[in-house]
Unconditional design. Structure first.
Length: 302
């Protein structure tokens, strides 16, 4: 299976190479690289490499996976889980970057599927599922030790998961802009020397208040190591959700819609979504490790 997938991937990639040549030099072979054949080759090549990677992973880890899981410590299990989530994020980031500047005549729905700036796309769905997974882990921790921190974390992660798909925060920004209480009618407004969207005016104060409460509550629920890892997770998430959003707002204010199609704009978008999902991944690792550690203690396992 592994060798077959590798061979198929190489052949399919070679069939796309004539697309790099001028029409007069490639001749009739260019027909293989025209739409929709080029799209088919691209899709099946991606599938072939995915199957090759899956076959290799199963060959290396699947036979020993149950035995490894039983013998692994909670920290080892949590690290493996975090590594798997990061690998998915890298694949989604690669999919976005490879399709970001492709026209609809080349990739059609595939470009939209990996676009990180919209709702109900593959990256947004993954982000929501990861947040809901974090909510489930947090609720399981609450069932084990009844600390209010875990229950509150489950509620916040559940809300953020829906927000990833439905963009509640942007809807709040639209309402604030439409109120005409602040701003000059544009999509961004000036706060000192920088431009920002409207929604941070509501959510940034809320974030600061909730962060202070969560810091106090977390100190009662987890140890110092997990506490600082959760602080790091929050900082990473906030850097993507607020920091790069402000960078995006300033770029959009200068260039308009052209910003989102420019390389700097796409780099900022990739960084924004990557930091958000990475921050959640760090929290998932802490939640999962705490759950496994608590279960081990309750079962009398060192």
């Amino acid at each position: 299976m592994f060798l077959l997938s590798i061979t198929a991937g190489v052949v399919l990639h070679l069939l796309q190479l004539p697309s790099l040549l001028p029409q007069r030099e490639a001749g009739t072979i260019m027909l293989l690289a025209a739409w929709p054949q080029r799209f088919y080759f691209w899709t099946f090549e991606a599938l072939a490499w995915l199957l090759a990677g899956t076959a290799l992973a199963l060959n290396l880890f699947s036979p020993n996976l149950p035995a490894w899981y039983e013998g692994a410590t909670p920290t080892q299990r949590a690290r493996a889980l975090g590594t798997a989530l990061v690998l998915v994020q890298l694949l989604l980031g690669l999919g976005f970057w490879l399709t970001r500047d492709k026209g609809a005549d080349q990739l059609r729905w595939l470009r939209a599927a990996f676009w990180m700036g919209g709702e109900f796309r593959i990256p947004a769905i993954f982000a929501s599922l990861q947040l809901w997974f974090a909510a489930w882990l947090s609720f399981q921790c609450y069932r084990l030790d009844r600390a209010i921190f875990w229950f509150a974390s489950a509620l916040v992660c559940t809300y953020l998961g829906f927000d990833e798909l439905l963009s509640f925060h942007e809807a709040v920004g639209v309402l604030l802009k439409g109120s005409t209480l602040i701003g000059d009618g544009e999509n961004t407004l000036s706060v000192g020397p920088v431009r920002t969207y409207f929604w941070p005016l509501v959510f940034l104060p809320l974030l600061l208040v909730m962060s202070a409460w969560f810091l106090v509550a977390a100190r009662r629920a987890v140890g110092p190591r997990a506490l600082w890892q959760l602080v790091l997770a929050g900082l990473v998430f906030a850097t993507g959700a607020l920091g790069f959003e402000i960078v995006e707002a300033n770029g959009a204010a200068r260039l308009g819609e052209a910003w989102f199609n420019s390389t700097p704009g796409q780099v900022v978008l990739l960084a924004e979504e990557s930091f958000e999902t990475l921050g959640v991944t760090l929290a998932v690792v802490v939640f999962a490790r705490h759950r496994w550690q608590t279960l081990a203690v309750s079962r009398g396992v060192d």
